[in-house]
Design a protein around this ligand. Structure first.
Ligand SMILES: [Zn+2]
Length: 307
């Protein structure tokens, strides 16, 4: 039975091969199926992921748009607030300026109300000082500044520093100014006038002010002499002291009340009145005299008379 054996053998081998092939092919088929499934899963994952990304980016885009809108709204609000703030600040500044202006005006009015308006008054036969008028502050003039033999002369307390500076400046230029007479009360003036009238009769009116309108009652007028006149007033108009005063007195706020040829009073070169540096300087510049100017124009200088 070799042939049968051989055939059987061959059959077994073939069958075996077939079986192996079948197993092999089956295995191959199994393998492809798994891979396919995996690919499908991966594809699914990828799609899911892509969807996720797309939805996330949509969400982000929406959020960004919303944020931009919010930022724009906030920016507008901020600009609006800044504009309002600027407007408020401008209002406050305007208000502060107004307050300053008002307090400045109040300050000016207060200062003016405390400044004696008689100090820049022009006196005449129709406008004169009350017999009760006494300057608010009177101070003694330094004895060194008085003419020989003169006792206790008073001057307006606020104007006295100007008088002292005037006398000191003159001395620096080699000019000696002696005070003969300064403040005179209504009574003193009346006595003086009485004495003049007794001596000179009605002619006294031309050289001695009627009591009540002498500038001496103000406390800001002063009569000067020099040592070489020995305290006399006569002849003062010819002295170097008078020339010096004509050139410099305005710097210290003094003016010559009654210049030569004036229409108001007799020429009194020795008689000087304190009116403040501003007015005295402006009068000097204008080559005008105190009594030449309108009272209203003069009054504008009152507030700064002691500045
Ligand atoms: Zn005088």
């Amino acid at each position: 039975m070799p042939a049968k054996t051989h055939r059987t053998h061959t059959t077994v081998v073939l069958a075996s091969l077939l079986g192996l092939t079948t197993i092999g092919l089956g295995g191959l088929g199994y393998y492809s199926y798994n891979q396919h499934q995996q690919i499908l899963l991966l594809l699914e994952d990828r799609n899911y992921f892509l969807l996720e990304v797309a939805s996330s980016s949509d969400r982000l885009a929406t959020e960004i748009t919303q944020a931009s809108t919010t930022i724009s709204a906030l920016t507008l609000e901020r600009d609006d607030l800044l504009a309002k703030l600027t407007a408020e600040e401008a209002k406050n500044e305007a208000f502060a300026r107004q307050i300053n202006k008002i307090s400045g005006t109040v300050g000016r009015l207060d200062k003016l109300s405390k400044t004696d308006e008689e100090l820049l008054q022009k006196y005449s036969k129709v406008y004169f000082l009350s017999e009760h008028y006494v300057p608010a502050k009177l101070k003694l003039i330094d004895t060194d500044h008085l003419a020989p033999g003169r006792k206790e002369q008073y001057f307006h307390g606020d104007a006295l520093p100007y008088l002292n500076r005037l006398i000191a400046a003159a001395k620096d230029d080699g000019i000696d100014l002696d005070v003969v007479s300064a403040y005179r009360s209504f009574e003193t003036q009346a006595e003086l006038k009485g004495a003049y009238l007794q001596t000179y009769g009605s002619g006294a009116n031309t050289f001695s002010a009627d009591q009540g309108y002498s500038e001496h009652q103000l406390g800001t007028a002063v009569d000067f002499s020099t040592p070489n006149l020995g305290g006399a007033l006569d002849g003062f108009g010819k002295t170097e002291a008078y020339t010096w005063l004509r050139a410099n007195a305005h710097r210290y706020g003094f003016v010559l009340s009654y210049p030569e040829g004036n229409a108001y009073y007799v020429y009194e070169p020795w008689h000087w009145r304190f009116v403040g540096e501003d007015l005295a300087s402006d009068l000097k510049r204008a080559d005008a005299h105190f009594y030449d100017w309108d009272q209203r124009k003069i009054d504008e200088y009152l507030i700064k008379i002691f500045d």
